[in-house]
Write a protein that binds this ligand. Structure first.
Ligand SMILES: [Ca+2]
Length: 423
């Protein structure tokens, strides 16, 4: 039997999508009461055992605010600088010092980026430096184009020849332009793999339930993780397709596809030690999931949701790869995928996959073996000064592997992990 708070959660705030807007607008008393009910629910009906680690979070740069800080990364150029992309379309940079008060603008692309609070799965969503940035000066963005309705663009940019602190505002070279049928489920993560290729996550195109069945369709780029070679070109493309991409010889399949069957990967990452690719896929109705992604893999959507049939989709099959971990919507309703912690400041997290739920605000560290076998899912305290969980929108790393997590609340703040859970 379902409790009243649970029904309220499902029917008002949360219906299984990626709800940036509802939370950011959660200002009325009615909604606050509802949120408290939902948070209470998440603490009383956890279905999975969660051991608590003696780990918490704290502001990494207490005096700094950046609106909707959607990507945190570094240039890999030994400069130690941190770069933060705002979802509104601007990239900021600052020295990695806890007392920093102001970030400088590295690149303002907001004139070409579409972002609206009401359609807030769009905007500047992905940002990655070339793995040899110090030599090439190149970086890449995934953003929603302003001049067209619901189009994702992945482009190459470069640093100014005269100023290492500024991008060259005259240069943009488009690599891919992907029409999206709806405003939600764009995916948006871009990262270079240990093989030097650029990986790109694209959601199923949106609405709900994957109405066009893009997840299982290799002829569309939606619902996939792509892999492209940005250092070479072929045909009329500003990139090349790696010759060992898995579907390169499959009729009608898009050769850029590396893995498919995803609903809306919200953050994938490579373990900087092992190179393993982890992808968190946001669920539709009941299950959020964490996957280890391998070349050519089919991750099940929309036949499977987590380790379950989605509606009348499919039972388990060897060709539909199951997540290594899932959690139910009683616990959280929109996963924010993180990274394998390889930093030095919090040894207790070493080798664990740190991640969060955007809606419930829970943060966890998934302890597991290289095979994906889960040992424990540890809770990490996420309570701000007001005693509320913050919605976490992304995770990122600095050059040394220290991990950051961000929220759009309070003007846009960046946190880091600390040993000790007390405030
Ligand atoms: Ca799946």
């Amino acid at each position: 039997m379902r409790s009243i708070p649970q029904l309220a959660c499902e029917h008002s705030l949360f219906t299984g999508q990626f709800y940036l807007d509802e939370l950011s607008e959660m200002k009325t008393m009615k909604n606050l009461v509802l949120l408290l009910s939902c948070l209470l629910l998440t603490t009383t009906t956890q279905l999975l055992p969660a051991q608590s680690l003696n780990v918490g979070i704290e502001p990494a740069f207490p005096n700094l605010r950046i609106a909707r800080p959607i990507v945190v990364t570094h240039a890999g150029d030994q400069s130690g600088r941190i770069f933060v992309a705002s979802q509104l379309g601007t990239i900021y940079t600052f020295d990695n010092s806890s007392d920093v008060e102001e970030a400088t603008v590295f690149f303002d692309h907001s004139a070409k980026v579409m972002y609206k609070d009401k359609e807030n799965e769009e905007g500047l969503l992905g940002f990655a430096f070339h793995p040899h940035y110090a030599k090439t000066g190149e970086f890449f963005l995934f953003y929603t184009a302003k001049e067209d309705d619901h189009v994702s663009v992945i482009s190459r940019f470069r640093v100014s020849k005269d100023d290492a602190g500024k991008a060259d505002v005259t240069f943009e070279e488009e690599l891919l332009r992907v029409p999206q049928p709806f405003w939600n489920h764009n995916g948006g993560t871009i990262e270079f793999g240990p093989d030097g290729y650029l990986y790109i996550a694209l959601g199923d195109g949106g609405k709900g339930g994957d109405p066009f069945k893009n997840g299982q369709n290799l002829a569309t780029l939606n619902g996939t993780i792509l892999r492209i070679d940005v250092d070479n070109r072929s045909g009329d493309r500003n990139y090349a397709v790696p010759q060992d991409n898995p579907f390169i010889d499959v009729a009608k399949a898009r050769p850029e596809i590396y893995a498919y069957g995803f609903r809306n990967v919200w953050r994938f990452s490579f373990d900087r030690k092992t190179g393993t690719l982890y992808a968190a896929d946001v669920g539709q109705k009941l299950w959020e999931e964490i996957n280890i992604v391998t070349k050519g893999g089919n991750y099940g959507w929309n036949l499977r949701e987590g380790k379950h049939a989605y509606e009348d989709g499919s039972g388990p099959k060897p060709e539909l790869i199951e997540p290594i971990f899932e959690y139910h919507h009683d616990i959280g309703k929109s996963i924010t995928g993180g990274v394998i912690y390889r930093g030095k400041s919090v040894p207790a997290l070493n080798g664990m996959y740190v991640y969060a739920d955007y809606v419930s605000g829970n943060i966890w560290a998934l302890e597991h073996k290289a095979t994906g076998k889960v040992i424990a899912n540890h809770s990490i305290s996420n309570l701000n000064d007001s005693g509320e969980n913050l919605p976490i929108i992304t995770f990122g790393e600095d050059e040394d592997g220290e991990v950051y997590l961000t929220t759009q609340m309070g003007g846009g703040q960046i946190f880091k992990f600390k040993s000790g859970a007390e405030k």
